[in-house]
Design a protein. Structure first.
Length: 672
């Protein structure tokens, strides 16, 4: 109606402006002639006056006729506009749906019925048409401004671009199935580059006969070729233990849905023939630059290997990494040669540095303190000053006892223990920052050290590598098979200069204590190298009696641990969950001890203890006997760790964290 009035005003304005001036001038002229004619009184004057009257009458008639035509024009225009509006609302190729405040469908136009095949019936809700449509309709203004005022939604087998006028409660649907299918074909046919690595191939084949090696190679090549053929992938072996893959993104996603079953197939076969060979894979997609994809695929493969192997890492450019496999404990890959090479590489870095700052994760445990003291000793052997960053406000009782012992017995080491603020003030562009027992900057004792642009970083850790990782570290030594970081650094100590002062009693005791705690007194994750490292530390003065004294548990801690265990509930037949109170914080070490204790109960394969932390967040400590991969579970909740030892921290309530954990456990169980 507004448009009709606007058009009428425009038409009349055109009539007035084109005739008004002329009409006024004509009338003035005719009146003037009429007056002059009357004044002169001649016959010609009367004739002129008569003509003027006739002209005026004729002019008025024509003006009225013009107005009548204008009225007919506007009436016809209004009718056509109204008819066009009505027809377009009903017949235009645009789906229109009206709904009420309860999201019940009130009316749809014929096009909506034709395209969706949904005839509105009494009490039909928008959710009956599409849950996604209901979700979009109920989106608030803040979310709409973030995600846009339109959205593509699938109804049945067709795609629609949907817009909503919430104040009028009207939904508009425009079918874009053809364009969506084109977009899907484009996305599904984008290039993917992958790298496949045979874990432990060189070590395993060293002791095998040529015939057995040939049989193993044939089996692996055939299995991978058949797997690649099913996924329409191009597979090329480029080395004894290395394959190159080119694929389409759509086929990669289908393979993801199947969980990369080829890993299980090859692992089961190699286990039967007593050859512990597994696969690691890295895939990348998301851009059209093949060089970038190849580089990212290699990084993803390195990430899989850093997490212990026997798994796949799939990551699109700019996306979060997705992990598959990792259902077995990592096989031992490190050798004495590798330990010596890492030790020598660290020596060179120390010589080129003005100082070393070593730190572990926040809330440090015995392994952090022991490995930090070990790095300090290596730096001293190479004449490089070293400082250890420790937050003494968040120490558990065993670590606090050790720090107190250092203060009393070894003032030289005590002088090299600094706070986070002190480390911020002393770091330079030539400072070497060593991360021990962790590889995530966000959980370091002092994450600000990484915010100052320092690129001289060394990572020494025994946990599986996560997606968060320092960019371009100068040296990486991650061995998930090792029992502890103290074990790795103990081996490195053996290859340092012999003419320098060796490790002292307190340092050796701290490192052995770190191994003892992480192996649960040598009962978990131990290998021959673990006992070799412990033997070396004993030979240089480690005191086991002192370790027992340091690790004694307080009565209060014992009571709290047992209180947590009393809250046990079972999920399924083999998973135990314990929870603390919402208003009572627990020391993370007590929580971890409770999770360890639960594993000693009959029938418990995995344990999870949830409690408030002293910093106000909620922490979950997860443990397993090896049959359940708690690392994958904790990664789903933002954490990480080992297959049998993992944890996470969350900003939520204890009850919400438990509900989320139960949901994740259900999803993982359904995948199996």
């Amino acid at each position: 109606m507004k448009n009709i009035k606007a058009n009428l005003r425009y038409f009349l304005s055109r009539v007035d402006h084109s005739t008004q001036l002329t009409a006024a001038s004509l009338i003035v002229m005719l009146v003037s002639i009429f007056i002059v004619g009357i004044i002169h009184g001649e016959v010609s004057g009367y004739i002129q006056a008569l003509l003027v009257v006739i002209a005026i009458i004729l002019f008025v008639y024509l003006f009225l006729l013009l107005g009548e035509k204008a009225g007919k024009y506007t009436t016809d225009l209004q009718y056509r506009i109204d008819r066009g509006t009505d027809n377009s609302f009903v017949e235009y190729p645009l789906g229109i749906l009206l709904y009420d405040e309860d999201k019940q469908v009130q009316w749809v136009n014929p096009y909506f019925v034709e395209k969706t095949g949904l005839e509105p019936i009494y009490s039909m809700n928008i959710a009956d048409i599409s849950p996604d449509l209901l979700s979009f309709v109920t989106t608030d203004e803040e979310e709409e401004s973030e995600h846009g005022s339109s959205q593509t939604i699938k109804i049945g087998h067709k795609y629609y671009l949907v817009q909503v006028q919430r104040e009028l409660r009207v939904i508009y649907l425009f079918e874009i199935t053809h364009y969506s299918e084109m977009e899907n074909r484009y996305e599904n046919n984008r290039s993917v580059i992958g790298q496949i690595y045979l874990d432990n191939y060189a070590e395993i084949t060293q002791s095998m006969s040529d015939r057995d090696i040939s049989n193993l190679d044939n089996y692996i090549t055939n299995e991978l070729t058949n797997w690649a053929t099913r996924g329409k992938m191009f597979l090329k072996r480029i080395d004894d233990d290395h394959f190159f893959v080119v694929a389409y993104s759509g086929k990669l996603f289908e393979t993801e849905d199947k969980g990369f079953e080829v890993l299980d197939t090859i692992r089961e076969y190699t286990s039967q023939i007593n050859v512990p060979l597994t696969l690691s894979m890295g895939f990348s997609y998301g851009v059209d630059d093949l060089a970038v994809l190849s580089e990212e695929a290699q990084k993803n493969l390195n990430l899989a290997l850093g997490r212990g192997g026997d798994q796949v890492v799939v990551k699109g450019i700019g996306e979060k990494a997705r992990f598959y496999g990792g259902n077995t404990d990592p096989m031992e890959k490190r050798t004495r040669v590798r330990a010596r090479m890492i030790s020598e590489a660290l020596q060179e870095l120390l010589k080129d540095s003005d100082q070393v700052i070593v730190m572990g994760h926040n809330h440090p445990d015995m392994d952090v303190i022991g490995s930090s003291l070990g790095i300090r000793r290596i730096a001293e052997m190479n004449n490089t000053p070293c400082k250890i960053v420790i937050d003494q406000k968040s120490l558990h009782t065993d670590v606090a006892r050790l720090i107190e012992l250092i203060e009393k017995k070894d003032p030289e080491v005590n002088n090299d223990i600094i706070t986070s603020d002190e480390s911020n003030n002393m770091i330079t562009s030539n400072t070497l920052v060593v991360m021990v027992d962790h590889s995530k900057q966000s959980i370091s004792i002092n994450p600000k050290l990484f915010e100052q642009g320092n690129e001289r970083v060394v990572v020494i850790d025994h946990h599986r590598r996560g997606e968060e990782f320092p960019e371009n570290p100068m040296l990486i030594y991650i061995e998930p098979y090792a029992s502890s970081t103290s074990e790795l650094i103990t081996e490195m100590l053996e290859y340092q200069p012999k003419n320098k002062k060796s490790i002292d009693k307190i340092e050796a005791t701290a490192m052995l204590a770190g191994i003892t705690v992480d192996t649960k007194s040598f009962s978990l994750r131990t290998g021959t190298r673990t006992f070799d490292a412990a033997s070396y530390l004993r030979s240089v003065g480690a005191d086991e009696a002192l370790i027992q004294e340091l690790l004694k548990e307080n009565i209060e801690s014992f009571i709290q641990r047992n209180h947590l265990i009393e809250t046990i509930t079972m999920v399924g037949d083999d998973m135990a969950i314990c929870t603390g109170e919402e208003d009572k914080p627990y020391d993370p070490v007590i929580v971890a001890q409770a999770a360890d204790t639960l594993l000693s109960l009959n029938g418990v394969e995995a344990s999870f203890v949830i409690s408030k932390r002293p910093d106000g967040r909620v922490g979950i400590s997860a443990r397993s006997l090896g049959n359940v991969n708690v690392q994958v579970i904790m990664e789903e909740m933002g954490g990480g760790g080992h297959l049998s030892d993992a944890a996470t921290q969350m900003d939520s309530s204890v009850e919400d964290a438990k509900d989320q954990l139960v949901e994740v456990l259900g999803k993982i169980k359904n995948k199996k």
